[in-house]
Design a protein around this ligand. Structure first.
Ligand code: SAM
Length: 332
């Protein structure tokens, strides 16, 4: 059975593909105020070839991201092509296909994506009031569109819809309890993510991060929660409200790093392989393809690159070297 493993014995089965680094939102903690893609986008067939080879090497889960992936025309067909791949883990199943989106264009396309083979969707929302939402995204009237996208996803059966929320001190940490209410009312799983130093404007400081312990104790002021047992490979710590209605997750790469269990690699929109969000270099898989490399050559290249996956990130340490790309150009 093929298995992509790094030198630390971590098995890699989770692939994220960024299909564009364009975005229709300009979230204050992610991008500068300017527009425009910085890196190339590849034809879907090129991502599909990479995905096929990687599924052959043991990838069982593929997440499409960006930039904003729903800006790419042809995404439904791409999902249906991915859904035709078969895992090589001995089960021969369709890979699990997920999408991370800001949800702005989701309402119309949720059902076609589900029909094409999408299994799950994560929608990013950093506030649950329209005005605050507009201030964060720097786009007017987005909140209603995103809410419609969340509801359409639930109706399409993309359950449970997950909501990702990045908290920034002094900016939206007062949204913790409103998000708890939102999770219960909308029957979605809300996951708070600790802010990482991956933004274009380099504003990150340890003080700005709203950490797991604080989120848990704030939420408990609203309603008691109990922790749900989770797999060691799961990035989120999970909690349910004691009355059984609503689930909260916390992804805490800063205060509780999970690098030791990381099972992820990424392909950027321009076809570079990255083995860590915080990689200081990337590996040009697409250039090899462009020069006519066979599947065997590409496989050899991928196996060698993955072996050298970074041990861990160094967020907050004195010698921290920023990643060679920011989040929007890597694919979150
Ligand atoms: N446009 C899509 C979206 O909004 O979900 C996909 C790309 S976006 C970069 C993916 C996720 O990364 C979003 O949930 C976003 O909030 C999160 N993100 C962006 N910058 C981050 C940072 N510096 N630290 C933690 N999460 C970040």
């Amino acid at each position: 059975m093929p298995n992509l493993t790094d030198n630390f014995g971590r098995s890699i089965h989770d692939l994220r593909i960024s299909i564009t680094d364009r975005c229709n939102y300009r979230c204050v903690y992610c991008r500068t105020g300017t527009n425009g893609a910085a890196y190339a986008e590849l034809p879907f067939d090129d991502y599909l070839r990479m995905a096929r080879i990687l599924v052959g090497l043991g990838i069982t889960k593929i997440r499409l991201t960006g930039g904003e992936p729903l800006l790419r025309k042809g995404i439904v067909k791409f999902v249906s092509d991915l859904a035709k791949l078969r895992t090589s883990d001995g089960k021969g199943k369709k890979p699990e296909i997920a999408l991370t989106t800001n949800g702005h264009l989701l309402a119309e396309i949720a059902q076609p994506l589900k029909d094409a083979g999408l299994d799950r969707v994560t929608v990013s929302m950093d506030a649950v009031d329209p005005e605050r939402f507009a201030r964060i995204t720097r786009v007017p009237n987005g909140y209603e569109s995103v809410l419609a996208g969340v509801r359409a996803s639930r109706r399409a059966g993309l359950d449970p819809v997950k909501i990702n929320c990045v908290l920034l001190r002094g900016f939206n940490e007062d949204q913790i309890i409103p998000f708890g209410m939102f999770a219960r009312e909308e029957r979605v799983v809300v996951r708070f993510i600790e802010f990482m130093p991956l933004e274009e404007d380099r504003v990150w400081t340890p003080e700005i991060v709203v950490r797991l312990d604080e989120i848990v104790s704030r939420m408990a002021e609203y309603l008691p929660m109990e922790e749900i047992a989770h797999e060691s490979s799961e990035t989120a710590r999970r909690y349910r409200f004691a009355d059984g209605v609503g689930e909260i997750g916390i992804i805490a790469p800063v205060s509780h790093p999970f690098c030791g269990h990381c099972s992820r690699i990424r392909i950027t929109s321009d076809g570079k392989l990255r083995t860590c969000l915080f990689s200081v270099w990337d590996h040009d898989l697409h250039e090899l393809m462009r020069r006519g490399a066979t599947d065997e050559k590409l496989t050899e290249f991928i196996v060698k690159v993955v072996e050298k996956k970074e041990a861990r990130h160094h967020i907050g340490e004195p010698g921290f070297v920023p990643a060679s790309r920011t989040m929007v150009h890597i694919g979150g």
